[in-house]
Every structure is written in C-alpha cells, then in structure tokens.
Ligand binder design. Structure first.
Ligand SMILES: [Zn+2]
Length: 349
C-alpha cells in the first residue's frame, strides 16, 4: 500500500458524500435514518475512518482536507435533518388521515336498553304498596329450618312441609328459603311490639322439576301488617286496591278458602282474567279467573313467635309470585323465558 496523499483522502471524502447521499434517499423511516447516521457519521462510521489517516499527511496539507471533511459532515448532517423532518411530517399526515372522520357517513342507530320484566314488575308492586304505607324489608336467602318452617307453625314432621320441595345445604338446619314468609319472623322480631306494615321481596328456591309453570328459583313478594284491630276487611281492602292498580281499575276479585300453616283463616285471591275479561282463554284455563296470590290472617302461633301477644294484636299476610303476575299481565306462556335471556321476549314486553 502506497503512501496516502491528500488527493486520495479528498477522493474518499467525495465518494463518501455520494454514497451517503444515495443511501439517505433510500431511508424511509426514522429508524433507517438513525442507522444511516451510525454508518456514515457515527463514532465508528466511515467519515471517522477516513479522517483517521489525516495524521499521515504533511502538516501543510491537513487544513484543506479538514475543511473539506467539515463541509461534507455539515452537508450530510443537514441532509439527514431534512430527511427526518420529512419522515415525521409524513407519519403525522398518515395518522391524521387514519383518524379523520367522514362526516357524510350515516350514523349508527343506538338500541336503548330497558329494565328486565321481572325488575319492572317488582317495581310496580313496590310503588303500589309503598303508596299504601308499606316499607320494603330485606331478609336473607339462606335461612334456618327454624325461620323457614318451625316459627311459621310447621314443627319438624309437620305434613305441610311437603308443600315445598326444599334445597338443603350441607350444613344441618341451613336451607335455601322456600318462600319469603320466613322474613315475617325477622320483621316482627325487629319491630315488636310496634305496628308493622312491610313487604318482603326476594328470590325463593324450590327443588322442582322445571317446566312451563315451575322454576327452581323465582321471585316472591310477601306482605305483612300487624297491629291492633286489624281485620279481614283490611286484608281485602288492601289487596283489592292493589289488584286495581296492578291490572287496571274495575277488576273483579274473589276470595276462595285455602290452607296455609301460618295463616288462619287462609284464602286465595282471584281476579277476572285480564286477557279475556272473564270470557275464558288458555291462560285462565277457560275459567275466566286468574289466581294472583295467597293470603290470610296471621296465625296466633306465628304472632307469638314474632313477639306479639295474639290476644292484643292481629295481622294479615299475603304472598305473590312476581313472575306469575308478569305472565298474566303480558300474556307470556312459559316461566322459563324469564331467565332464558331470549331477546325476542325482552323486546316484546
Ligand atoms: Zn282468560
């Protein structure tokens, strides 16, 4: 290798300027320009490599080479700066285009949600009874056998227990409540000896074979009024008022004798069928009547278990299934629809 002369280095610098210029034109991303910078102008880049030979030139030849090298460096630095600006601009433009809104596109229709039919029915029931001075009282879903049966006048072995197919837990004596009636005892024990007017809504559980009219879980709303001089007339007045508000004014009502262990006397309340107005249809099984609830005067044993003296206090209680009410009100023929999440039902009612 011959002696390095000024001309060689100047040629190398010129070659570098051309190579770098061509390579920069190909760099289309910020990342590529960084790599380009490292290759040509970086600490281990080609320019540094060329200038390493500067020391072998005679002293008087060095200034010219240094001047040219500096010009090349400045030119390339300006070029890469310009290139990077252009790339950044293009990237911003691309983002702006991607995010721009076409105001001529038609809008998307919004479907409004609404409350589930069970929730709406419950709220209708709450509104009617709270207007009559009843408070809403919460009681537990998991109950003891004592609250669910014994304190409601059904000691162990009582045949009336067969009216409810019960879910038992693995803890002896602990069950899923079969009716909201167990809440009556909780309410009475909390308020006795003050008068009570409460409704007790909530889920109840039955070990049932599920079919069109039976579910293993459904809602009940229990009602309880306890005080002095409460009579069967009060029961009838409250429930007829309820039926007229729930199903529309002018409903016919009838009370049939029935049996519940925790009320005496006990009745079932029917109203004339809201779908056929008493003429007879499949929903009322061609009787013209719909059974809407069970009720009665609170049994003296139950009053006593709740902390009231039955010789001074009396009361009435009633219980209704909110799904059954919705079935009747909206003409739905299968209770399983309530929990099937079928949009057709949810849209219809
Ligand atoms: Zn009917």
């Amino acid at each position: 290798m011959g002696k390095i002369v000024q001309q060689d280095i100047l040629e190398q610098l010129e070659q570098l300027r051309q190579d770098a210029g061509a390579a920069l034109a190909q760099a289309n991303t910020t990342e590529a320009t960084r790599e380009w910078y490292a290759e040509y102008l970086g600490r281990k880049g080609r320019l540094t490599g060329i200038l390493r030979n500067l020391g072998s030139l005679p002293v008087e030849e060095r200034p010219l080479v240094g001047k040219v090298a500096n010009e090349v460096k400045v030119a390339l630095e300006n070029a890469v700066q310009e290139r990077q600006n252009a790339i950044a601009q293009a990237e911003m433009e691309a983002v702006r285009r991607a995010e721009s809104v076409d105001v001529t596109l038609p809008g998307r229709t919004q479907t409004l949600g609404k409350l589930h039919i069970t929730t709406r029915t419950l709220r209708d029931i709450y509104a009617i009874f709270t207007a009559m001075g009843f408070q809403i009282y919460d009681s537990p879903d998991v109950e003891t056998d004592e609250y669910n049966f014994q304190l409601l006048n059904m000691p162990p072995g009582h045949p009336a227990r067969d009216m409810w197919d019960t879910f038992y837990t693995t803890t002896p004596g602990l069950i899923l409540r079969t009716h909201t009636s167990s809440g009556q005892i909780h309410a009475m024990r909390e308020y006795a000896p003050d008068p009570i007017r409460v409704i007790l809504p909530g889920k109840v559980y039955r070990y049932e074979a599920v079919d069109a009219s039976h579910e293993s879980m459904f809602y009940q709303v229990e009602g309880l009024a306890v005080g002095k001089h409460i009579t069967f007339c009060d029961l009838k007045g409250v429930l007829i008022n309820f039926a007229n508000q729930m199903y529309g004014e002018g409903r016919q009502a009838r009370f049939r004798k029935s049996y519940f262990p925790f009320t005496e006397p006990s009745v079932e309340m029917d109203i004339d069928c809201v779908l056929c107005n008493g003429k007879g249809c499949p929903v009322c099984k061609y009787t013209g009547w719909l059974e809407i609830l069970g009720a009665g005067m609170v049994h003296p044993v139950v009053l006593e278990n709740g902390g009231y003296d039955p010789s001074r206090f009396s009361g009435f209680a009633f219980g209704m299934g909110s799904e059954r009410m919705a079935l009747q009100k909206y003409g739905i023929d299968d209770i399983r629809y309530f929990y099937a999440n079928d949009m057709r039902l949810l849209e219809r009612v």
